[in-house]
Design a binder for this molecule. Structure first.
Ligand code: 6PG
Length: 267
């Protein structure tokens, strides 16, 4: 991808919500406002969705909001930041979850949903293909997602950038996960025989206008603090947009105050 976001200035805000239901409502409102503003100013919106379980309720609220506003969903292009090496019909599929909770609800046209096509052929070839899909789907003069939604694990991973995993690049190289992982998409061999995953690389994830992390649970407190303070060993710390929001539940916030200097707002 090309250079970083155009403006150069970046903002980071942490929005603290009371519980997962409150987070889902507040996150959906932010996503809806971002999509609305993007469509108004650019006429199209390129959105990369997260997988995992946290976004489910947010997606349901977002779908209701998009329908309520009669949003021209044919102007939204949907991508997936990462995917498991399973068919879309699998309960593990990130695309399957997004279709069930959001895309089916808003009747997103098939041509706007850009699937990894996981579990067919070789994971490395799949990643190579998806890199081409993403490049073709983003504007040449500003190859950035308008909106990127991400989750985070208790180990600080985001998308499928797991600190202890290995990236299998399409050129045959096998590299540890790092902030400067080459390429746009890669296949990840999970440690301890936990199979394959597919993920966009920091090179792509880092080039977004608005990045929204959704983080819940006391088990993520340490990782969230590292992610918010930019700890280099934490993949979720590597990804920043022109605007970056951490929308979190109260129980995920550190009580030590060590990172309280950041822009924290209690919603
Ligand atoms: C995935 C996600 C992954 C997820 C985190 C948090 O494919 O699972 O891309 O990065 O966001 O693991 O998952 P939860 O939301 O289930 O806690």
């Amino acid at each position: 991808m090309g250079s970083g976001p155009r403006s150069g200035k970046r903002s980071l805000q942490t929005i603290v919500t009371t519980d997962p239901d409150d987070l889902a409502e507040k996150a959906a409102a932010l996503l809806l406002a971002t999509i609305r503003a993007t469509l108004a100013s650019r006429g199209m919106a390129r959105v990369a969705l997260s997988g995992g379980s946290t976004p489910r309720e947010t997606y349901r609220h977002l779908g209701r909001g998009l329908r309520a506003e009669n949003t021209p969903v044919h102007l939204i292009q949907w991508f997936f930041g990462d995917e498991r090496w399973v068919a879309v019909t699998s309960p593990e599929s990130n695309e399957g979850m997004a279709r069930e909770t959001l895309l089916d609800d808003v009747a997103a046209p098939e041509g706007t949903i850009h699937s990894w096509g996981a579990a067919e052929g070789d994971p490395r070839d799949c990643a190579r293909r998806y890199a081409r899909v993403v490049r073709a789907g983003l504007p040449e003069d500003a190859p950035v997602f308008d909106l990127l939604l991400l989750g985070m694990g208790a180990d600080g991973h985001t998308a499928s950038l797991f600190p202890d995993a290995e990236a299998h690049l399409s050129d045959g190289r096998i590299l540890p996960i790092s902030a400067d992982l080459p390429g746009d998409a890669t296949a990840i061999e999970m440690p301890r025989s936990r199979g394959w995953r597919l993920t966009l690389c920091p090179n792509v994830l880092h080039h977004c206008r608005t990045v929204v992390f959704l983080v819940t649970g006391a088990d993520k407190t340490a990782a969230l603090s590292r992610a918010r303070t930019g700890s280099p060993d934490t993949p979720a710390a590597w990804i920043r947009g022109e605007e970056t929001y951490f929308i979190v539940t109260r129980d995920a916030m550190s009580t030590s105050g060590a990172d309280g200097g950041l822009d924290v707002r209690h919603a």
